[in-house]
Design a protein around this ligand. Structure first.
Ligand SMILES: [Zn+2]
Ligand SMILES: [Zn+2]
Length: 121
């Protein structure tokens, strides 16, 4: 089915990406496989995937939503260029906080990325 193919393609793009694409980036990537796909279709599928917890939406400082895989990892966000960098080192986190089980750890580290630091010098 066509709709399933679109959704699977979008899921695949997000899962393979490390660059935290926004909807337009995903759309451009989709068009390589399905040239006649519309931006609206991409948006609709992204929302469905977020609602069913197969991908996550990241709210960024610039108010443009980015999309990311569900693998547990932390983010470093550059306060200058808004680049999101995956942090895979274990950031201290317990399975339980008090009596509450943590299902997803979302630590966001903010600072200046390498390129912006070099510009500052
Ligand atoms: Zn930066
Ligand atoms: Zn990420």
């Amino acid at each position: 089915m066509r709709n399933t193919r679109q959704k699977e393609l979008i899921l695949d793009i997000i899962n393979k990406s490390c660059s935290h694409p926004n909807a337009y980036d995903v759309y451009l990537e989709c068009r390589k496989e399905i040239p006649n796909i519309s931006l609206g279709t991409v948006y609709r599928n992204l929302n469905t995937l977020v609602e069913s917890n197969r991908i996550q939406k990241i709210n960024c400082n610039d108010n443009i939503d980015r999309y990311d895989k569900m693998i547990n990892h932390s983010h470093f966000i550059c306060i200058k260029c808004n680049k999101i960098i995956d942090i895979n080192e274990k950031v201290d986190y317990n399975e339980y906080v008090g009596d509450n089980k943590v299902l997803n750890c979302k630590v966001i580290l903010e600072g200046l990325c390498r390129e912006c630091l070099e510009e500052e010098r």
